[in-house]
Every structure is written in C-alpha cells, then in structure tokens.
Design a protein around this ligand. Sequence first.
Ligand code: AMP
Length: 225
Amino acid sequence: MKIVLIGPPGAGKGVYAQYFRDKYCIPHISTGDIFREEISKNTELGKRIKSYVEQGLLVPDEITIEVVKRRLEQPDTLNGFILDGFPRTLNQAKALDEITSIDAAIHLVVSEEVAVKRLSGRVICPVCGRVYNLYYEPKPKFDEQCDYDGAKLMRRKDDEPEVVKQRYRVFYDTFAPILEYYKNTSRLIEVNADKSIKEITPLLERILIENKILKLKPCREVKLE
Ligand code: AMP
C-alpha cells in the first residue's frame, strides 16, 4: 500500500497515518518530521534546511525530493508506506511518480467549520505537554486545567480561529494543482472526514481494501480510543 495522505489542518492525517502504521507495520513518512529531526541533530542537511523550516517556507524541491527518494529506498518501505506532507508541489508529485508507483492519494475532506472547531479547541499543558481538546475527547476534567498538574492549559498561536481559517485557505491554494494531478491520473480518493476518528477509521480502511490498495494482513490489533 503506497499512499499519499492529503488533508487540511485539522483533518486528522497524523491520527490515521499512525493507525495504519501500527496495524499494518508500514512506515508513516512525514517530511516535516524528517526535517525537524535533522535540525535537532544539527546534521549537514539540518543546517541547510533550518532557515526554511523556521520561517514556514517550503524547503527547495531538489533537497526535499532527494530526501524522500533516499527514505523510500529503505527496506522498511517494501510492503508500502504512508506519505504525509509530501508532495507539496506539483513538481514533487511528478518526481514521486518517477521514484515509485503511488497507488492512491487520499484526500481527507473536512469543512472549514470543523477544522476551526477541532484546532481552536486544542489546548496543551505548558508543564507536561499533554494535549486536550475543549470540544472533543480527551477533554480536561476541569475547565482549561491539566488533569495531572492543574496548570492552565494554553492554545497554540497558530490554532487561534482566525489563523486556522488562514491556514485552511492557504492549504487549498497550495494543494489544488496536486489534487487535480491525482484526479487526472485516476488516483484521487476523497473521504469525508468531518465525523469522528472512530467513525472515519473503519470507513477509510474499508475504502482502501475495496479499492485493492490495502492488501496487507494486520500485523497487530490496534484499538481505537
Ligand atoms: P509540516 O510538519 O508538514 O507542517 O512541515 C514543517 C515544515 O517542513 C514546512 O513548513 C516546510 O518548511 C518543511 N516541509 C515539510 N514538507 C515539505 C515538502 N514536501 N516540501 C517542502 N518543504 C517541506
């Protein structure tokens, strides 16, 4: 199963990628995670990309494509992988097709309203780093207080409603040509992801099986919270 996950902020990409990674033992490859790790280890690559990532700018295609190419040569990708955060340009999408054959691009469709509610409800404990949501589980037991240490929960600056709306619009401006590219090559699968993770996960799994994209046997049982 070689898939690309595409979805605006708040679509739950990370949650679904983790589920398939754990259940089918295939890697979840996030270019953002790879870049952050290289930066924290201060590697040669990390030094080259630091200023782009810190400013929220796209790392140049030639670097990003090379990183993904090398990652996809690793033996753990043999049975498949879930790409997250790549491709982010049309050029990257075309380059990816030269590196390997992608079965499908899964577009997790969420409305702007739901994305804003999910992200603006997300609050983090500044002391222990636990993440809660004011509208969805896990909710804090007491209003805006960490269950464990009682610290006042904080909202990330980029999760403020107005900023989320902006991020949502920028996402669709950026991804429109990529969605079009996968649509034109008959590999785009759109899944309405407005509902809860518990409802969407089995639906997504069924769609992947029915489309003969997911043919792997589970390597372990994964319970949905
Ligand atoms: P993310 O965690 O996916 O939001 O990525 C964090 C940052 O890494 C982005 O703001 C970019 O600076 C960089 N990045 C991640 N993926 C790509 C990509 N496919 N192309 C270029 N830059 C990327």
